[in-house]
Design a protein around this ligand. Structure first.
Ligand code: ATP
Length: 202
């Protein structure tokens, strides 16, 4: 599998935020996107995941087969806002996302066990602490199989132990042939990653 971006331009509110962005990632490879606030890191992730259009350039995925015919069909986006309903329980939220994404990988309970939250599946998501909310969002990555993980500040709010555990989950995803694109200000604990530095348009 190969994810390529060539000469991508991203716009917000009619303004060009970045242009000429390119990268190529094969199975098992990760890209860390860095840069100052407002440089366009989140925008780039959303463009790659098909959540925003790109104003110019080309995104492509080779080797996705019938299962993943397009870039966006292969992407699993973890945004900064968690995308969970606060009134639904943790398990209900994850169950929703599993049926939304399809291709179940592990059960909701197994995913919660993996992130160490198996005892709080019955609680409304809104009761959870910041770090617990983030861990539920990480569990969301595990309930359905999608090979490309797009991670926007994935470790924000995590304590050191959860951070180290998430590094392990990312390493496993890469070892299994997955691809990661992560926008972050914090080190992710991955050994060999490509780096894309975005400076933004001044
Ligand atoms: N809906 C919008 N309309 C207009 N401008 C927007 C919109 N959303 C974001 N922007 C602008 O686009 C630019 C890039 O934002 P983006 O969130 O991609 O940056 P970032 O690199 O992820 O920043 P941070 O490190 O603060 O998360 C910013 O200047 C922001 O104000």
């Amino acid at each position: 599998m190969r994810l390529s971006a060539e000469n991508i331009e991203g716009r917000r509110g009619g303004e060009t935020i970045f242009s000429g962005i390119g990268f190529t990632l094969g199975a098992g490879e990760a890209l860390v996107v860095t840069g100052p606030n407002g440089a366009g890191k989140s925008t780039l992730l959303r463009v790659v995941g098909g959540l925003l259009p790109h104003a110019a350039g080309r995104l492509s995925l080779e080797g996705g087969g019938e299962e993943f015919p397009s870039v966006e069909s292969a992407c699993h986006y973890l945004g900064p806002d968690n995308a969970m309903k606060t009134a639904l329980t943790v398990s209900e939220n994850l169950g929703f996302w599993q049926s939304f994404f399809g291709r179940p990988q592990v059960s909701v309970m197994e995913a919660l066990e993996t992130v160490g939250l198996e005892t709080i599946g019955h609680l409304p998501f809104g009761y959870l602490s910041t770090g617990q909310r983030r861990r539920v969002s990480i569990a969301k990555l595990l309930v359905s199989h999608r090979p490309v993980w797009l991670l926007d500040e994935p470790t924000s709010g995590l304590d050191k132990r959860s951070e180290a555990h998430f590094s392990e989950l990312m390493r496993t995803h890469l070892e299994e042939g997955g691809i990661i694109v992560a926008a972050t200000h914090l080190p992710l604990g991955l050994e060999s990653v490509q780096e894309l530095r975005m400076e933004g348009h001044q």
